[in-house]
Design a binder for this molecule. Structure first.
Ligand code: MRU
Length: 349
């Protein structure tokens, strides 16, 4: 069974603290929206769909703490909580998507008593969590045909249960193929600087008995050259209208290497990761994180004091390197633009 990333319990948000994995399975209890904002910023919870769910629960928690009887002052206070959550991490669109959905619940029910709206917000956050798990299972089902028996699959970062409400997107496809007894093997890149591949993907797959081999990021080209990788599958933080994909830093490098070696490069993501307001990958904001993530490892300094550091958390893979995008509604093949437009219109209607 996959790990429980996030839960709502007794009007608290309980988060599996991913900073402490794989050594410790410790849970963080957030008592207010501020604690949820901090958990997202510090990456106690991370991964695009997971931070969307956390933000929705943060709004529900924030709403419960507002002591206003009238809708207008209640909504004003909630909007400022919303702003803080939105700013916690800028690249993953799922966070904004979830906040918009929560706001719509408020606006559609503004005639109701504030106490009733609070209840509706809690229900909506729980629905977002439940739907995410179902969506990921559908992504797994849609994507399983891309995986042949005994394939060795490369994945980057963590797009698993830990990055979502459960089951995972890229790891959802891998999980489904494993359930179908395809005898697959996984290669996980360690994913510097924060080691989501080593700490999280390797942990998540090992505990379910899915064979996984860990490599340092700079070993990918060699393994591809040796014919040791059959396909790549990764998640996404935001997908532009033309199919350009923002995902964990290093994804672009992998995609180019895959093309050079004629290895399929797949992206698995829910429709909530598509941004209809972003035309191309150039418009996607890339989060720059603290220099200390690059200059230290496991609490030990690994670079000289005062060294200049560049630490973008994501990069954009142009759509021409993407062989297909697996969504809950089907597998999209290039050219993506028209197909994406159709699928998003259908989803909105
Ligand atoms: O910085 P992170 O750990 O939040 O980055 C996560 C990723 O890049 C994942 O691949 C992406 O969010 C997809 S998760 C299903």
């Amino acid at each position: 069974m996959f790990p429980k990333t996030i839960a709502w319990k007794d009007n608290r948000v309980v988060i599996l603290d991913q900073r402490r994995l794989p050594e410790e399975e410790a849970y963080l209890e957030c008592l207010d929206a501020y604690a949820v904002v901090e958990a997202i910023k510090a990456m106690a919870i991370r991964g695009a769909p997971a931070i969307g769910i956390a933000a929705a629960m943060g709004i529900a928690l924030g709403a419960l703490g507002i002591d206003k009887k009238d809708f207008t002052p209640f909504y004003q206070e909630l909007s400022s909580i919303c702003k803080n959550l939105k700013a916690a991490r800028p690249t993953a669109i799922n966070l904004r998507w979830a906040l918009e959905r929560m706001k719509r619940v408020c606006e559609a029910n503004r005639e109701k008593a504030v106490e009733a709206i609070k209840g509706l917000l809690v229900s909506e956050a729980l629905a977002i969590l439940a739907e995410d798990i179902e969506t990921n299972k559908r992504i797994g089902e849609q994507g399983k045909a891309l995986i042949r028996a005994h394939d060795t699959i490369l994945t980057h970062c963590n797009a698993g249960a830990l990055a979502t409400g459960g089951y995972g997107t890229a790891l959802g496809v891998i999980r489904r193929a494993w359930e179908e007894k395809k005898g697959i093997k996984v290669i996980a890149t360690e994913t510097r600087p924060l080691l989501q591949g080593a700490r999280l993907t390797a942990w998540e797959l090992t505990r379910e008995g899915i064979p996984v081999t860990l490599i340092a990021d700079n070993m990918v080209g060699y393994l591809m050259q040796q014919g040791k990788i059959d396909l790549c599958i990764v998640g996404a933080d935001r997908i532009a209208c033309n199919g350009d994909v923002a995902n964990k830093i290093g994804t672009y490098t992998l995609a180019i290497l895959a093309k050079e070696h004629r290895i399929p490069f797949y992206v698995a993501a829910p429709l909530s990761t598509f941004d209809k307001n972003t035309k191309t990958g150039q418009d996607i904001p890339i989060e720059e994180r603290d220099a200390s993530e690059v200059t230290a490892m496991a609490g030990r300094r690994t670079a000289p004091q005062g060294i200049a550091v560049c630490n973008p958390a994501f990069d954009v893979t142009p759509h021409r390197y993407v062989s297909a995008i697996v969504t809950e509604k089907g597998v999209l093949k290039p050219p993506f633009k028209k197909r994406l437009q159709q699928i998003l219109e259908k989803d909105a209607g």
